[in-house]
Design a protein around this ligand. Structure first.
Ligand code: AVJ
Length: 335
């Protein structure tokens, strides 16, 4: 496709990327939004992170889903549709969908993700499952929620055709909630709550607070995969926005912020750099030793999860915990 034939969505996302780069990089301290990690390479680097022995989130959650998936679906009222915010490779959703009984009715799987590459991979894997209808939404969580609202409206219309069950289960897995600070997380969960109907469920995965050394190994692994994941954001800005970050002068840094219960990722410049980002209409000097803050990964206690859910209008029904890995899956229903 010639550049002039770029689809409107691709154009809009590039403009949004440029606008966000400008907005975040001019904050004090400088920042960048973590959702831009997930281009095609970034999505694959994240999948590689999930295979690292030091990053246990994905394995712990996958094991819990495989072991308790049947019970989770039963407790969620045998949902007629599952909506996943940030479905990634779709592997966890596949495990859950496979736990349905052999004689289960048709189920709709709605995938909301920022990465077209991930959506394509996930849709292909899930389409192969029996009796499922896959719907992909290339969207941020926020605009994806609008899709959930539409889905709910359709569900309401369908109520007449008396299906056995008509509940929706929302999935927010992988401790994706951890990218949000308290206010933003509450805001997102409250919007999700408003998009759901009475009796609908939310299954949320949260990484738990654990010893600092373990947390730092998970975000600064000895193989440098997490460093590559973090640096790729700058390679992406160079490629897509025409930026001139000297990647060999950037260093990955992970720190534990105990007061706010989060691991933070930053990129530190090893030299003074004159940064020009033409697509963002931005020029600035990145000082030697200056950091750009790229991600927050909040960690929780079970009590903090309960309180967060209560604040946004959910009541906890059941929790499954991997104590050893320090990870919890919590099923809540609309209160
Ligand atoms: C996918 C956002 C949950 O914060 O743990 C992994 C992303 N960053 N290693 C996380 C990530 C560094 C991950 N989330």
């Amino acid at each position: 496709m010639p550049p002039s034939a770029l689809s409107p969505t691709a154009d809009v996302s590039l403009a949004q990327f440029a606008a966000d780069a400008r907005q975040y990089l001019t904050r004090t301290p400088r920042q960048m939004a973590s959702r831009y990690f997930y281009d095609a390479l970034g999505s694959r680097l994240f999948d590689a992170i999930c295979e690292l022995p030091w990053y246990r989130v994905t394995r712990a959650e996958t094991t819990l889903l495989a072991r308790h998936g049947k019970e989770i679906l039963r407790q969620a009222g045998a949902p007629a549709r599952i909506v996943e915010l940030g479905s990634g490779s779709g592997a966890k959703l596949a495990i859950l969908a496979e736990r349905r009984g052999r004689h289960a009715g048709p189920i709709q799987l709605h995938l909301i993700d920022i990465s077209p590459a991930a959506l394509e991979i996930a849709a292909r894997a899930l389409d192969a499952l029996p009796n499922v209808e896959v719907v992909t939404h290339h969207a941020t969580y926020e605009s994806g929620l609008a899709a959930v609202t539409d889905v709910q409206a359709d569900a309401h219309d369908e109520r007449a055709n008396d299906r056995a069950t008509n509940t929706t289960l929302a999935l927010f897995l992988g401790s994706n909630i951890g990218n949000f600070d308290r206010a933003a997380g509450d805001g997102l969960l409250s919007k999700l709550r408003a998009a759901l109907a009475p009796g609908d469920g939310l299954l949320i995965g949260t990484d738990l607070v654990k010893p600092e050394a373990e947390l730092l190994m998970a975000y600064d692994d000895p193989l440098g995969v997490t460093a590559a994941f973090n640096l790729n954001l700058f390679a992406r800005m160079n490629r897509e926005l025409g930026a001139n970050f000297a990647l060999d002068q950037l260093k990955h840094v992970a720190v534990w912020n105990g007061e706010d219960a989060r691991v933070e990722m930053h990129i530190e410049s090893l030299a003074e750099q004159h940064i020009v980002i033409p697509a963002a209409g931005l020029e600035f000097v990145l000082a030697r030793g200056e950091r750009i803050w790229t991600e927050n990964s909040h960690k929780y206690t079970p009590l903090a999860v309960d309180r967060m859910l209560a604040r946004s209008g959910f009541s906890v029904r059941q929790r499954w915990t991997d104590v050893e890995a320090g990870f919890a899956l919590t099923l809540a229903v609309t209160a």
